[in-house]
Design a binder for this molecule. Structure first.
Ligand code: BGC
Length: 488
């Protein structure tokens, strides 16, 4: 919804203003340090042309090896119909936490209990054995707490990292992303590693029956209620998209001529976060992007993700603020030992909070600056901080929009729903509207689209993916019945 002043209502119902905020008094000088974030329409069109080409490379057998965007075919060929029953565990791993869920289905009733466990950084950067042992230990405790030691429990695993899927419960990790770098996992089947750890560390009867990427789970979940839904998008700690592709276009599909009963299509997990790793996005990267990359745990990797996602956005803002402060254009009497100068201390949730300030009191902005131990800031400083946030998040939203517009144009369907999930999209007050504005500008005339927030996030996702992927029924002889109660 748009009002006459250009204010819109975001997904969380917060009023937002879509344009850039007006600049404070020292504008021209400040502007020279941030202008790299303001990109023209033709820059985003260039991104689209490059992305389209990279996607084609990823889909072709002969070029996938060298392609940055791997376009992994998944094992999901058709969407669930909701006729499943049982009791199962679900595991969600992809950020700094992981969640174990117990889902019980009794007739039409669904009971879900869940617990979130922290993954300490030493484990995120340790060995694969430590990681999977830790997960297995937590599952073991969860099973004990719920008195399930003697139950046979199928487990569905949402594993939000790039994997070459070789079966419904077989996925080889192609590389770690986000904050993870556990030794000895890349190239191995993560289901097998977890299954072995479960055997080593617990006495419980848990069997992994399916593994799915979060973007794929989001698409499956939404497509059940909306037949126009063909794209899944995650804007959270990381960033990724998937879509339904015709098998004839998937040169990397290894399963020969399909005589099965599935439609000739498969969900492609694009792993587009890696777009730009070959340098093709360098024309739009700023000095702050380069610095962030240099100090990341995976330099040169996940370039598009580093310009968009929640793991990095706050840090980009911090780097700009630090630069402005060094130039004496901001916080002129700041103590250089305060938290603002510490890498990683400006969280992306601060960006959302700051941008939700709509008046000159800057309540949230001040709260954030206090948390960062910035002292003696002025109202002008608050304006600049907010301005920097709007620029960094607008570029992120526009880049994600360019990615989506590329997919919408490829699919070329009249009406399309894009299922979106992830904390960045969920909590940022302007992301949704900024994306819609830019997509409208970039899609072929006449193509309509709708961005739809996955209402229950991970929980719905996990339920959906256990709904009825046929292979799960065929391969494992597990049968779940789940009645979807919540209305989308
Ligand atoms: C991973 C994807 C995942 C995305 C969102 C990226 O870093 O490579 O597999 O879907 O984060 O969680």
């Amino acid at each position: 919804m748009t009002t006459s002043t250009g204010a819109r209502t975001g997904p969380t119902g917060v009023k937002i203003v879509t344009g850039y905020q007006s600049l404070p008094c020292c504008a021209p000088l400040i502007e020279s340090f941030v202008k790299g974030f303001k990109l023209s329409g033709s820059a985003y069109k260039r991104v689209m042309a490059l992305l389209h080409q990279e996607m084609n490379n990823g889909l072709k057998h002969h070029s996938q090896g060298g392609a940055d965007i791997k376009m992994f075919p998944t094992f999901v060929r058709s969407l669930p119909d909701g006729s499943e029953c049982g009791e199962f565990l679900a595991l969600d791993l992809g950020g700094t936490n992981f969640r174990v869920l117990l889902v019980r289905l009794q007739g039409h009733d669904v009971e879900i209990q869940s617990k979130t466990y922290l993954i300490p950084q030493r484990i995120m950067l340790g060995t694969g054995t430590q990681l999977f042992d830790h997960i297995a230990d937590c599952i073991g405790k969860f099973v004990l707490e719920h008195d399930l030691q003697n139950h046979q429990l199928p487990l569905g695993f949402t594993f939000s990292f790039p994997c070459q899927q070789e079966g419904l419960a077989k996925a080889r990790l192609s590389k770690w992303t986000k904050g993870f770098r556990c030794e000895g996992v890349v190239g191995n089947d993560i289901c097998q590693l977890l299954q072995e750890a479960l055997k080593r560390r617990t006495n419980c009867h848990v069997e992994i029956v399916a593994v799915v990427n979060d973007a794929v789970g989001t698409l499956m979940s939404a497509a059940h209620g909306d037949r126009n839904c063909e794209i899944g998008l995650i804007l959270g700690t990381g960033c990724n998209a998937c879509y339904m592709e015709g098998l004839d276009n998937v040169g990397t599909w290894k399963h020969g001529e399909e005589q099965d009963h599935h439609p000739r299509q498969v969900i492609i997990n694009t792993e587009w976060g890696a777009f730009g790793d070959n340098g093709c996005l360098d024309f739009m990267r700023t000095e702050y992007d380069h610095e962030l990359d240099t100090f990341s745990i995976n330099p040169g990797k996940q370039i598009m993700e580093k310009m968009i996602s929640g793991m990095y956005m706050g840090e980009i803002v911090r780097l700009v603020l630090v630069r402005l402060s060094h130039e004496n254009l901001l916080f002129t009497s700041i103590d250089r030992d305060c938290n603002l100068f510490e890498r990683g201390r400006f969280y992306t949730k601060y960006v959302s909070e700051i941008e939700s300030d709509t008046d000159e009191f800057f309540r949230h902005t001040k709260q954030v600056l206090d948390e960062l131990q910035v002292e003696n800031y002025t109202t002008e400083d608050c304006k600049v901080v907010k301005y920097v946030c709007t620029l960094v998040s607008a570029r992120a939203a526009f880049l994600a929009a360019a990615g989506l517009a590329t997919l919408i144009n490829r699919l070329n369907k009249q009406d399309m729903t894009i299922a979106v999930d992830g904390s960045l999209y969920r909590f940022h007050p302007r992301f949704h509207n900024l994306m819609c504005l830019k997509i409208k500008e970039l899609v072929k005339p006449g193509l309509k689209f709708k961005l739809s927030l996955e209402k229950l996030g991970g929980i719905t996702r996990l339920k959906r993916f256990l709904l009825k992927p046929d292979r799960l029924v065929e391969e494992k002889n597990c049968y779940f019945k789940l009645h979807e109660k919540e209305k989308r």
